[in-house]
Ligand binder design. Sequence first.
Ligand code: ADP
Ligand code: MG
Length: 695
Amino acid sequence: MRPEILFPLFAPVTSLPGVGPRIAKFIARVAGGHVVDLCWHLPTGLIDRRYAPKIGEAVAGRVVTLMVTVDEHRPPPTRSGRAPYRVTCSDDTGSIQLVFFHGRGDYLKKILPQGAARVVSGTLERFGNDLQMTHPDFIATPQELAKVQIVQPVYGLTGGLSLKIMGKAIEAALARAPDLPEWQNKAFKAREGWPGWRASLLAAHRPRDLVDLEPATMARRRLAYDELLASQLAIALVRAKMRVRKGRAIKGSGDLRKLALSALPFALTGSQNKALAEIDGDMGSDKRMLRLLQGDVGSGKTVVAFLAMLSAVESGAQAVLMAPTDILARQHYETIAPLAAAVGIEVARLTGRHRGSARETQLQGLANGELALAVGTHALFQADVVFADLALAVIDEQHRFGVHQRMLLADKGKAVDMLVMTATPIPRTLMLAAYGDLDESRLTEKPPGRQPVDTRAMPLERLDEVVDAVGRAMDGGAKVFWVCPLVEESEDSDLAAVTERHATLKARYGERVGVVHGRLKGPEKDKVMDEFATGGVDLLVATTVIEVGVDIPEATVMVVEDAERFGLAQLHQLRGRIGRGDKPATCLLLYATPIGATAKARLSILRETEDGFVIAEQDLKLRGAGDVLGTKQSGLPGFRLADLAVHADLLATARDDARLIVETDPDLAGTRGEALRILLYLFERDAAILTARAG
Ligand code: ADP
Ligand code: MG
């Protein structure tokens, strides 16, 4: 249960004065739905209203705060629709006109009464000899000068939301921020010179100068550290729980593996052998394995995973491989099943699509141990899936599953070893952020005989040429992927883009064109993929559903529309769908013009290298951590206060801090522990608390 002290922060934003449902919708778009989300919405700029000159010496172009006397109201001539309403004001050094378009006289006379003294603040403009201010940001009485002559924070906004409204909402949110017990280590906090949580939050929202907006300020570093500590602590708690439950030593005889290796039409690469040895080491020891197998697309992870799974089978236990999508699960199944058959093992297959009696039979086989291997999707989590003796779980594309789902799978056996495979190379910094310190094996070599992919970027205007070239490639026997972008705001518009492109290409190339996207039902998807892999479909129009794992060695051409909208890592991932056979492959990245310098730089990185690790590091530099994996569902912690490109030092400290906390106070029962619980709730990592409790 969330601690009471945090209730005000987790109230909906509509509980704030001046925020109704309409405003709340806009706020949700840029910040979130709760008061705390507004607290985390830090300013990106400032407007300095401290400059308060006399009119005679005021510099045009600057934001000024002026003390004036209201002289004269000059409404527009009645018949002139466009002319603004003007109000002349002055001080003893000069005069200025306040300009209001569509100004309502009665209202303006009320806030600017003739003869009265007023404070006005806004951008000063000069027209010839005249000074003017169009729609002042503030109009106030002299008594309110101190409220106006301030440095006003500037916040990220969205259409329909003004800075004034946002600023007020955030002020109101900050007023709800309670004093929280200190969760930082006292000595560390003193050494860094950090203020407390609330003071830091307020300071971060009240910049006085531009330097106060930088990530290196004490206030921002403290907040960043809080966020990093919460996430590292959550990870550490979950892992501690896994460690407490001891592992078991799985030592295969090697018989099945030997058979499988001789059935493979190729020899393992050096890095495959190395990874396998590392995995064997973990599985053979009585500690719990939690290892990440990272390797570029096509580097041969599945084979490694399969050989590791055989060790479990050799020792009389079971192993399971879980993938994030049906397509992927099916593909793994198709890779693994024949190899397994070659060594005399049957593989169960469980996805959301498998129902009825076939499913029952499989469940029975897994429960009584007759089936030693299973491949599937989330369906493997379901309560009625029971294993006789699960010893190894391989999870592909882990970043799409949460830590908790991983735990669910681990709970399906005694001391289950975990191997997590990812084809999205993750920079070290992000690795640490996402997983804490995880053991890691990397496949750095590509299997021999692979051809590099010839990657080119070109403007969308050359679409017609591209369509022609694609036709020629198909006539030459090529299979072609045509990728349409995913516009995240609306699935419908994605669908529209894909459907439209499919229609135009089909008009040209007829039945050789297929389409696949997220809305297709499973069997429909399978059918199209089959036709593309082995049948009459040569050109497949697709969304990013093909991003992960789809393995069609005959595919040698890929066209990506609006490539600049994708993350680099995502493009790399997509590109990995081609060039998997021994024929040369071509990837055409079509970009919309005009294209910005950064976007262009990003695309050229892809042209220059096929090393996923290099690409991932560059992507982190160019785009920031949140976007690296390109998709919202990445499951990597989206940091709102920490910027991994600048706060990497804090991340390492947070990891050590978290480790020490878990060693000394695993139940978070001490004074600091109590405060740390509040921290976890504050950053919504409270699921980890349940874990700690369930211990
Ligand atoms: P990943 O899962 O890393 O994307 P896969 O394990 O699916 O890669 O392998 C991609 C393709 O390469 C598969 O067709 C696989 O049979 C083949 N392959 C794997 N290892 C090797 C190797 N050492 N030599 C040649 N081909 C290999
Ligand atoms: Mg694979």
